[in-house]
Design a protein around this ligand. Structure first.
Ligand SMILES: Cc1cc2nc3c(=O)[nH]c(=O)nc-3n(C[C@H](O)[C@H](O)[C@H](O)COP(=O)(O)OP(=O)(O)OC[C@H]3O[C@@H](n4cnc5c(N)ncnc54)[C@H](O)[C@@H]3O)c2cc1C
Length: 446
């Protein structure tokens, strides 16, 4: 069956939903094809009887204006991430609790770490967000990994280890996988390194009441019936003169324009006819996804708060590198979330569920006390194993990618346009960046 649309949007994550919304507002006929049986993509709120867990994207923070606009428009509210009390640091075999943002490290390590954070933020200011390949010394920065820069910048292992944990928490990739130019770009795209790392005043400042998927659900509900087709993975796109055919197992639609709103590595798995220009294809071969597991333990109460702890732990040992208190707004349950990131996540993937659970809970016990060993529920999720995501939080540019092929990231190919958080100049990698990319792609088409 072939039906004609003005625009077909591929992928009902925040990018595809935003593009669809804008195009519908402009009076276009739109079909949104989604491979999964739900909207939200990398944002997935899992509902339980009396609580919910955000298994993917979760937090929002200052200057993420586009997602906040949607939150407001749909009458949804936000609440502060719990941040009262002391944080926990496990480094070099010692556990310390501390208040505020400055970790209890030996002074030389602390100075070295602080210097590196400031230097990174300063370097990032020079990045050309629209065209990172035109940044001064772009080739120099794009020829080294973030790890290479860290090794030059910091002489103390303790400083380097803590910087590595921060980097892995931001990118879900080992610093040796990330181009320094990309690290600088991403830092500026999200304001600065402090903003990316922090709860108060930073990217982790607030959570969306009802879960981060609730905005996506309301967006989808506002569309005319049958706009979205679920369980519809797109397999092929054929461009033939003015017409584009979009093909899946059970459908074959035609349209004037297509917006591909999926991560570049997934876009590269679609069959294009005629084949895409070599540079676009090669770019899609070069943007791997990060690697992350989200691990949750659910307790009757956030018992760590009674001990004066805020639930934020950072560890240089074990699988879990960082934890956050993800309890409900009213604290009616204790919900602890641990990130297993980068190479630790790859090793973690080799363990069966009971061993993963044992490993995570024993770390939680070490961070927060013996109550942590016996949650009512343990659940974890690997985003690399999701067929329609293949890793998270986002695509990460390795060395050489921005300078050799970056200019093909957003460039339309005939009637094919590209969206998705990876294409955003601002808040690249975040929900807000996905929304911005959807707006930009819709404008291009209009
Ligand atoms: C564990 C984790 C934690 C995160 N934390 C945060 C956070 O706290 N704050 C934040 O702002 N961001 C966070 N992110 C990142 C954020 O979730 C993403 O940047 C954002 O959701 C990306 O949206 P998108 O629309 O660009 O892509 P996606 O959400 O990936 O949407 C793409 C959609 O396309 C569908 N699809 C894929 N292939 C096809 C195909 N062939 N045909 C049809 N459909 C297809 C997918 O099913 C998906 O629904 C996190 C991500 C993860 C995984």
């Amino acid at each position: 069956m072939s039906t004609n649309f003005d625009v077909i949007v591929i992928g009902a994550g925040y990018a595809g939903l935003t593009a669809t919304r804008q195009l519908l507002k402009a009076g276009k006929s739109v079909k949104l094809l989604e491979a999964r049986e739900r909207v939200g993509g990398r944002v997935h709120t899992q509902q339980f009887e009396d609580f919910y867990l955000d298994m993917g994207g979760t937090w929002v923070g200052p200057t993420q204006d586009k997602i906040y606009d949607l939150i407001r428009e749909f009458g949804i509210s936000t609440f502060p991430t719990y941040d009262e009390g002391k944080s926990t640091l496990i480094m070099n075999g010692r556990t310390k609790n501390y208040k505020g943002l400055i970790p209890p490290l030996p002074i030389p390590s602390l100075l070295s770490l602080d210097g590196a954070i400031k230097k990174m933020t300063k370097l990032s200011k020079s990045v050309n967000l629209q065209s990172p390949w035109e940044t001064p010394d772009a080739m120099k920065w794009d020829s080294m990994t973030l790890q290479t820069w860290m090794d030059k910048q910091m002489s103390f292992d303790t400083a380097k280890n803590l910087f590595k944990i921060a980097a892995e928490t931001i990118w879900a990739a080992h610093p040796n996988e990330i181009s320094m130019l990309h690290a600088m770009f991403y830092t500026k795209s999200g304001t600065d390194l402090d903003t990316l790392m922090n709860i108060k005043g930073g990217a982790q400042e607030e959570r969306i009441l009802g879960g981060a998927m609730s905005v996506a659900l309301k967006m989808a509900a506002s569309f005319p019936e049958n706009t979205i087709q679920f369980n519809a993975p797109v397999k092929a796109i054929i461009q033939d003169g003015e017409q584009v055919e979009v093909i899946g197992k059970d459908f074959n639609y035609s349209c004037k324009k297509v917006i591909v709103a999926i991560p570049p590595t997934l876009a590269g798995r679609i069959d294009y006819q005629p084949i895409l220009p070599a540079n676009r294809d090669q770019l899609m071969q070069r943007i791997p996804m990060g690697t992350v597991w989200k691990c949750y333990a659910v307790y009757d109460r956030p018992f760590w708060r009674d001990k004066g702890l805020n639930g934020l732990a950072v560890s240089d040992e074990g699988y879990v590198s960082v934890t956050f208190d993800n309890s409900p707004k009213d604290g009616s349950k204790g919900i602890m979330m641990g990130f297993v990131l980068a190479n630790q996540a790859k090793d973690f993937s080799l363990l069966p569920e009971n061993e993963r659970k044992k490993a995570v809970l024993s770390q939680f016990e070490c961070f927060f006390g013996k109550e942590a060993a016996t949650p009512n529920l343990y659940i974890d999720k690997s985003w690399a194993e999701e067929e329609f995501t293949r890793g998270c939080y986002a695509g990460v540019m390795p060395t050489g990618a921005w300078t050799s092929l970056g200019k093909h990231l957003r460039e339309p190919i005939g009637n094919i346009h590209w969206a998705g958080t990876e294409t955003s100049e601002v808040w690249n990698g975040y929900i807000d960046g996905a929304v911005r990319s959807g707006e930009r792609a819709a404008l291009e088409v209009l």
